[in-house]
Design a protein around this ligand. Structure first.
Ligand code: NAD
Ligand code: UGA
Length: 465
């Protein structure tokens, strides 16, 4: 089939950038990204590119080039689904918060709703592609819903048919455009060779064909979960070693370097920090734990649960360490918080370690002055309110400029590795902080000699005093 029209359900962190890249490399294909959230769609259609809902380096340039030509953002499901030859399901797949599997299992309600919309509005033959990260065997659910549409009497005139593929996304936030333009692999699971070839033809416009890996549906779905689990496992592993370095006087960066230089281990994902955040690692590993338990593999479940436990432990130990170093109390002390997003180069705060750490510091009675170059005040307010009732201006304040954040602060806490934090003027900061002042650097981003040289005490993750 010659794919001329694509619809993507879900205009989020995956749907938006992924479709922008396809639009860039496939000018002959019309792409409609649809979402139930009208605010999100109007942000994608904003005349000022700085108002796009997602900050990703390189994204706005592509949106500027393609939007209104072959890339469109809309809330119109019916029209765009019925016109599509191929539909990506790219909706959110959060952890269930209630009922069976609460806190672990994935809530598939958005995937199910999308499948029902497709079954209702699609026409002719449609390739349905799972882009969202899904529990293994979800394609069975999608197929069951679509099969029901095929059996429907009204289908006699419309003649709807479907092929379901799994094509998980491996992009990381902050490097989404780079990852999409030059992925390590494109994974496609399915049993319909024609449909797979149609999808491969799209990717082959900019990706070498030998990067495409074809598998069955279940292997593809499971590989995505396991990739995230392995990445998160490395972070938890190195974070346990950061504590051992602090206890022994070894230096975590040297240990990471030495270990990572072994080609069998590799150098990526060995930076210790405040624990992994982001919308996916916690949810996907929780789901892996749930699935393992479901199949009676209790030891497997326990093994992966530990990766999550270490993540929480790392954050708890940081808070204790801050309080202990500040004479055992931070009540009524001012702490400058540098960085709130879950990693650098994104405005995303979902599951950011900053949320939990700030909550615990507020509970200890500290006043927080929070600065992040990309996260808006309203977002921080929303995140803090979601975990702490009665959050108000007595407990935290937003800072618009980096240096004013440090004014009269007793301590500065670095939580995100934004590039601008690496080259601060510590003489200037030392003059405006209240002495004796502390720096707590959970990302090993600041220059330890500069800080100490200007009379400020410093603790850095993975470095003994
Ligand atoms: P997101 O929350 O940013 O976006 C999902 C969008 O889907 C939302 O805008 C929501 O309104 C919309 N939506 C939900 N139900 C809908 C429906 N029935 N019809 C139309 N729109 C609907 O989520 P995301 O970060 O883009 O993640 C999407 C999926 O991709 C998840 O499964 C996630 O695990 C996976 N993933 C995410 C990333 C990432 O970096 N964020 C990377 C790889 C994979
Ligand atoms: C991650 C994966 O890297 C992507 O491949 C995957 O597609 C995506 O999840 C997903 O499925 O959502 P992302 O969460 O955007 O991407 O960002 P990462 O770069 O993986 O960082 C995740 C967290 O781990 C961040 O909080 C980051 O600061 C932390 N991290 C990362 C470390 O603490 N140390 C490291 O060495 C690397």
């Amino acid at each position: 089939m010659d794919i001329k029209n694509i619809c993507c359900i879900g205009a989020g962190y995956v749907g938006g950038p992924t479709m922008a890249i396809i639009a860039k490399y496939c000018p002959d294909i019309q792409i409609n990204v649809v979402d139930i959230n009208p605010d999100r769609i109007s942000q994608w259609n904003a005349s000022e590119l700085k108002d796009l809902p997602i900050y990703e380096p390189g994204l706005k340039e592509i949106v500027e080039k393609c939007r209104g030509k072959n890339l469109h953002f809309s809330t119109e499901m019916k029209k765009n689904i019925s016109a599509a030859d191929l539909i990506f399901i790219s909706v959110n797949t959060p952890t269930k918060t209630k009922g069976i599997g609460s806190g672990q299992a994935i809530d598939l309600k958005y995937v199910e709703a999308s499948s029902r919309e497709i079954s209702k509005y699609s026409k002719g033959h449609t390739i349905v592609v799972e882009k969202s990260t899904l529990p293994v065997k979800t394609a069975q659910t999608i197929k069951a819903i679509l099969d029901a549409a095929q059996k429907d009497k009204s289908n006699l005139e419309n003649k709807k048919t479907f092929s379901v593929l799994s094509n998980p996304e491996f992009l990381a936030e902050g490097t989404a455009i780079k990852d999409l333009e030059n992925p390590d692999r494109v994974l496609i699971g399915g049993d319909d060779d024609d449909a797979i070839n149609d999808l491969v033809n799209i990717y082959s416009k900019w990706i070498e064909k030998d990067k495409v890996l074809r598998t069955d549906l279940w292997s593809s779905e499971l590989s995505k979960l396991i990739s995230n689990a392995f990445l998160a496992q490395r972070i938890s592993s190195i974070n346990t070693i950061s504590a051992l370095c602090e206890a022994t006087g070894a230096k975590i960066k040297d240990v990471s370097l030495a270990v990572g230089m072994d080609r069998r281990i590799g150098r990526y994902f060995l930076n210790s920090g405040p624990g992994f955040g982001g919308s996916c690692f916690k949810k996907d590993i929780s789901n892996l734990v749930y699935i393992s338990n479901h199949y009676g593999l209790f030891d497997v479940a326990e093994y992966w649960q530990k990766v999550l436990d270490i993540n929480t432990w790392q954050q708890k130990r940081f808070v204790e360490l801050i309080v202990n170093n500040m004479f055992g109390t931070i009540s009524s002390k001012k702490i400058a918080v540098l960085g709130f997003s879950f990693k650098a180069n994104t405005n995303d705060t979902r599951e950011s370690p900053a949320i939990n750490i700030c909550k615990k510091l507020i509970e200890e009675g500290a006043f927080l002055k929070i600065y992040d170059p990309k996260v808006k005040k309203s977002q921080i307010m929303k995140d803090l309110s979601s975990i702490e009732k009665d959050i108000d201006s007595k407990k935290w304040g937003y800072s618009n400029s980096i240096y004013s954040t440090f004014e009269n602060a007793d301590a500065a806490l670095f939580l995100t590795e934004w590039g601008e934090f690496a080259s601060l003027n510590w003489e200037r900061i030392s003059n405006i902080m209240r002495q004796p002042a502390w720096v707590f650097d959970t990302r090993s981003i600041v220059d330890i000699n500069q800080v100490r040289g200007n009379g400020i005490s410093i603790w850095q993750v993975g470095y003994g005093n």
